[in-house]
Structure formats: structure tokens, C-alpha cells
Ligand binder design. Structure first.
Ligand SMILES: [Cu+2]
Length: 262
């Protein structure tokens, strides 16, 4: 169950429902009044209504209650987003003009594609090396700025396997609109194979030190995930024998994007 998604959706549906009811109600009342109290129908204005304390109280109290209810639902979601589970696995996210760089706890790195295990809590430390970016994963209803010189935090629960979009939600220069990425959620076993595999492909513009030690996805569940040194032999050094397909096919070709942009 993804609590954040549910809370954000509830808050959104609640606010939109109230807004639609008010929009329809106010528009209908306006149209009715235009005809009912037109000069043509009422040549002599009715002076009998001078004020109504009941109405004054009503149209003050009702909107205040509605706004408080919207705040309450919004706050519920916000509180959940700030309440990072202590056992969550860590991924460092760096925004860079114009791509996303991810670093796992064992120093494994990945550009553009964020690979995660299914059914886990993952927390992110967000940073930027140049300008303000905003790490946005619509499927999980989370968005947080990456600000140079400070670290922001974010977390979500990776419910089911699949591929989801990552976007930059803060205008950050010429290729902002191409600053896209993917979250690729794999079964835990496949994820561990991927994350503990040594990168042999050197990337020119990123830090690509080989992984050091195995990543654990849950400090309480040790059934599959091990952190003890006896298992470090699992770290693969032979890239030719890897059964796991590198997720490079998902990479956004930035050069192509730039060309298309011209
Ligand atoms: Cu950006």
C-alpha cells in the first residue's frame, strides 16, 4: 500500500469536488439572479432587504470550515511525506543540467534510470550541482526541489514493479524539458543483482566508482539481503556474463534531444 499516493489523491479529489460544487452552484445562482431580478421583471427595485445576520454568519463559517477541511487533508499527506521510515533504503539524487544522477549506498551510480526494488521504502537525498531542479515522480505523487548547497529529502514506497516517469519540475535552462528519467522497479532479487554488479562502462561526465559492498534494501529483513562480508563475493566483476540487462535502452539521448530541439 502506498500511503502517500492515497493521501495526496484523497486531498486532490476532496478539493476538486468542493471546487466543482461551488463553481456549479455559484454559476447557477448568478444565472438565476440575472433573470429573476432583472430590471425588466422588476421595474421598481425591492428595498425591503437590508441585511441578514444569519446569512453573514453562514457565508463566513461555511467557507472557513471548507478551507480548514482542505488544509487538514493536505496536512495529512504532507505529514506522511515528511515522516521518513527509519529502515528506508537510501539513494542520493543529483540534479545536473540536464539529467539525473543516482548514487546508491554501495557507490553504484546510474544516470537517468533509477532502478529500485519492489515493495520497499526508499528515501532520497536530493542535491544539485548547478541550478535549482525539482525531482518529480508523478506516479508516486512526490516532488521536491534540488537546491545547490543544501540537501533535501523525499521518500516513497515502491509498490509494484513497472517503469514510471521522472521529470524536472523546475525550469532549469535550455534543455529543461528534456531532463527526463525513468524509475524502473524490479523484483528485489533482480534489483540486488543489478545494484551489486560492478559498472564497467565508464561515463565521461559522472562519478562512476565501482560499488563497494552490497546494498541492503531492508535492515530488518535479512532473508535475501546480506550485508556481511562473506557475501561480497556476489559482486560481479565480469560484465560479459551478466544476466541482467542494463537499463541503458531507457536512456534519454540528450544529443538527439538537442538536435530535435533546434
Ligand atoms: Cu532541471
Amino acid at each position: 500500500m502506498n500511503q502517500i499516493t492515497e493521501l495526496v489523491d484523497n486531498s486532490f479529489i476532496f478539493t476538486v469536488t468542493i471546487s466543482v460544487i461551488l463553481l456549479v452552484g455559484i454559476t447557477a445562482a448568478m444565472i438565476y439572479f440575472v433573470f429573476r431580478y432583472s430590471e425588466k421583471n422588476n421595474p421598481k427595485p425591492d428595498q425591503s432587504i437590508t441585511g441578514s445576520t444569519t446569512l453573514e454568519i453562514l457565508w463566513t463559517v461555511v467557507p472557513v470550515l471548507l478551507v480548514l477541511a482542505m488544509f487538514f487533508y493536505g496536512y495529512e499527506g504532507f505529514r506522511e511525506m515528511r515522516n521518513i521510515p527509519p529502515n528506508a533504503m537510501l539513494v542520493k539524487v543529483t540534479g545536473k543540467m540536464w539529467f539525473w544522477h543516482f548514487e546508491y549506498e554501495n557507490k553504484k551510480t546510474s544516470d537517468t534510470v533509477l532502478v529500485l526494488p519492489a515493495g520497499k521504502d526508499v528515501r532520497f537525498e536530493l542535491q544539485s550541482v548547478d541550478v535549482i531542479h525539482s525531482f518529480y515522480v508523478p506516479a508516486f505523487r512526490v516532488k521536491e526541489d534540488c537546491v545547490p548547497g543544501r540537501t533535501n529529502h523525499l521518500w516513497f514506497h515502491t509498490s509494484t514493479e513497472g517503469v514510471y516517469d521522472i521529470e524536472c519540475a523546475e525550469y532549469c535552462g535550455m534543455n529543461h524539458s528534456y531532463m527526463l528519467g525513468k524509475v524502473k522497479i524490479l523484483p528485489e532479487k533482480e534489483f540486488l543483482e543489478w545494484v551489486n554488479k560492478v559498472d564497467t562502462v565508464k561515463k565521461s561526465d559522472s562519478v562512476s566508482a565501482p560499488p563497494t559492498g552490497n546494498v541492503k534494501t531492508d535492515s530488518t529483513n535479512n532473508s535475501q539481503v546480506k550485508t556481511d562480508s562473506s557475501k561480497t563475493t556476489q559482486v560481479k566483476t565480469d560484465s560479459t556474463k551478466s544476466p541482467v540487462k542494463k537499463p541503458d535502452s531507457l536512456k534519454v539521448n540528450r544529443k538527439d534531444s538537442i538536435k530535435k530541439n533546434k
